[in-house]
Design a protein around this ligand. Structure first.
Ligand code: TPP
Length: 644
């Protein structure tokens, strides 16, 4: 819990979310500047730092910002490090792709104040557009990679990462996986350092910091030397260790996979040698060779790519069991049972349970549960926007490139108005390409946060190259998908700091787009008229579809005591099903043979009443409790208040 993250009680054990533990580690390390662009599974690290900074301010001061994108976040942390402060950049795995230009060059510059890049990988793609193993970035950029294997290590190794960064003058990559970020574990609290944030005098170092070829050539060899020293260091570091055991088959496990290995070996009652690795690049060769002495075969357990496996094959000719010879799957997240079955096969012992039977039983049980596909929320303004887009596009076979955000869910039935989703900002670039290739209309959609993140350069490209498409910026005034983080368009900043909202329409106009209109998507009629006008315009036309995220909108109204109207379906309904099959709101459902609205879910947007051909959906005149939390029911001593 957040209150435990700021608890000043050295030695006390608390139960923290992996991401809270990482945030606490940064606090114990005396972080100076943290910068992020949100993305699951990393988001709660920065969100926690943002939540607690005001409470911690009198004891320990630091800055945290939600940057425009990951490259900017990375560069902000570079600035702090070059000034001698501890800087941290936090992002999900694909965010590192965005930051990689800065990453690969900064490796050659080197860190001054400690620099840690948290890369939260997502094996199994629980909430990501792809699966990638960011340990390769360590090898690619020639930077050390640290991987914690449990929640407590998540906290402890962040502190170590800062120390290593300062000791060797290099940024450190801290690689986590979803299962660690989002699981809870016992954490032993350390000391929160007392520190005021003091600004420093700038000391330039042109020979290292200006990567002109003449300097970069020198810096590349400096980097290689630093890496060789780190390799020595990792061979002796206590984050890696050998556990002795019986037999001539050993296991090397990296990061969280070590936890799976321990559980699997216990299930199998196997006592075999284990090497736990939490520094996966550069590979601690001396330690590995020491471990392999006396062994005939070794099993590698790691998520996701055969990273250690490949390095090991280059290092020795011992028999290796891993992903490359089919003992472990190449894709997706590991589980204890996957690891147990792999080790059982290699060692020739029987698995502790019949896992295929258990899985089969689980799959059968899952079929009994009602399906819960991800859907847009009741009253979500994106539903209204896409209802209109679909209606207009259906007539013409229009191309509908889109992007990443809550709105990507409009790819599903019945809206089916999102036809591409590749990476942040790609909707606009793809629309440019389609504009060359496709004979017909193009309506691209992008969220406000995504537009500011990566949509702007592509829009400049569109204006420059005389593209012809309509771009709808779905402006719900938040980064909805990742948990309502602020972005430059909101003007909000954490820690009580003042921000200045950046106007999306000013940006669009500044780029040179001449057709720019702002519409409230709840006004379905106006939205449709504007879209048709934009399509006729011929050229780059931008519509900003602006209405706050319905979750925030409803919360705000409740907070201020404003009544939230609830809609109901009257007897005029002739079951045409427009509201069920073309529009889609989770609050609308079938009750017996009638269409009904769940009053606890309805946020009062009224869009359903506007699209109903029979005008059969009206504001409910009955007095309905607008708080709808059932609190009165719980506090009534007589239990006299009941749900209708
Ligand atoms: C490079 C990258 N960074 C972060 C993410 C995580 N992410 C997915 S969608 C999204 C932004 C969503 O905000 P917005 O565009 O405003 O749409 P909304 O969800 O509010 O509708 C983010 C940050 C990602 N997928 N890729």
């Amino acid at each position: 819990m957040v209150k435990d993250v700021i608890m000043d009680a050295e030695g006390k054990k608390v139960f923290l979310l992996g991401n809270e533990a990482i945030a606490r580690g940064a606090i114990e390390a005396g972080i100076d500047v943290a910068a992020t662009y949100p993305g699951t599974p990393s988001s709660e690290i920065a969100d926690t730092l943002a939540m607690v900074c005001t409470s911690l301010k009198d004891k320990m001061e630091y800055f945290i910002e939600y940057s425009t994108n990951e490259k900017v976040a990375f560069e902000v942390a570079i600035g702090a490090s070059l000034a001698g402060k501890r800087g941290m950049a936090i992002m999900k795995h694909v965010g590192v792709n965005v930051a990689s230009d800065a990453l690969l060059s900064f490796a050659q510059v080197g860190a001054r104040g400690g620099f840690v890049l948290v890369s939260a990988d997502d094996p199994g793609m629980h909430s990501s557009q792809n699966e990638q193993d960011n340990r390769w970035y360590g090898k690619f950029a020639m930077l050390p990679v640290i991987e914690p294997s449990n929640v407590n290590e998540g906290k402890e190794y962040i502190k170590l990462a800062f120390k290593i960064s300062e000791k060797f003058g290099l940024p450190v990559i801290f690689r986590t996986v979803t299962r660690l970020n989002h699981s809870r574990g016992v954490v032993k609290l350390g000391k929160i350092p007392e520190k005021k944030f003091e600004k420093v005098k700038w000391n330039s170092s042109i020979k290292t910091d200006v990567l002109l070829p003449i300097n970069a050539r020198v810096q590349k060899t400096v980097l290689q030397k630093k890496l060789a020293k780190i390799q020595e260091f990792f061979s002796k570091s206590d984050i890696n260790w050998i556990e002795n055991g019986k037999g001539t088959t050993g296991v090397i496990a990296s990061g969280l996979s070590y936890a799976y290995v321990k559980e699997a070996l216990e299930n199998l009652s196997l006592d075999i040698p284990v090497l736990k690795l939490s520094s996966t690049y550069p590979i601690p060769e001396k330690l590995i060779l020491e471990f392999l002495e006396g062994l005939e075969r070794v099993t590698i357990v790691e998520e996701l790519d055969p990273f250690i496996e490949l390095h090991l094959k280059a290092l020795t000719d011992i028999e290796v069991f891993g992903k490359m010879n089919g003992y472990f799957p190449v894709n997706y997240e590991y589980t204890t049972h996957i690891v147990e079955e792999g080790i059982a096969k290699i060692t020739g012992v029987a698995a502790s349970r019949n896992y295929s039977q258990i899985i089969e039983r689980g799959e059968k049980m899952a079929q009994l549960a009602p399906p819960r596909p991800p859907v847009l929320c009741p009253g979500c303004p994106h539903i209204a926007s896409y209802y209109v887009i679909k209606k207009v596009a259906k007539e013409n076979g229009t191309a509908l490139p889109s992007d990443i955000g809550c709105y990507t869910l409009a790819a599903t039935k019945p809206l089916e108005a999102v036809e591409t989703c590749i990476c942040m900002g790609a909707s606009v670039g793809v629309a440019n390409g389609l504009s060359y290739a496709v004979d017909g209309e193009i309506i691209a959609t992008i969220g406000d946060s995504t537009f500011l993140h990566a949509g702007i350069p592509a829009l400049i490209d569109a204006v420059y190259n005389n593209a012809n498409f309509v771009l709808i910026i779905l402006d719900n005034n938040t980064t909805g998908m990742t948990g309502h983080q602020p972005h430059p368009g909101t003007g909000l900043r954490p820690c009580g700091l003042k921000g200045r909202a950046v106007s999306i329409e000013d940006i669009v106009k500044g780029i040179g787009v001449e057709f720019v209109e702002v519409v409230n998507p709840y006004d379905i009629g106006k939205m449709e008229k504007t879209l048709r006008k934009a399509l006729e315009y011929g050229g780059v036309a931008v519509i900003i579809s602006r209405m706050p995220c319905s979750l925030i909108w409803v919360r705000q109204r409740r907070k201020t005591g404003e009544k939230v109207p609830v809609y109901t379906v009257t007897d005029d309904c002739n079951l045409c099903m427009e509201c069920m099959t073309s529009f889609t709101c989770p609050a609308i459902f079938m009750k017996e043979d009638k269409v009904a609205i769940n009053e606890n879910m309805c946020v009062g947007c009224g869009v359903c009443s506007k699209i109903c051909p029979e005008k059969a959906i009206k504001i409910c005149q009955q007095e309905i409790c607008w708080v709808r939390g059932g609190v009165c029911n719980r506090i009534c001593p007589e239990k006299a208040i009941k749900f209708r």
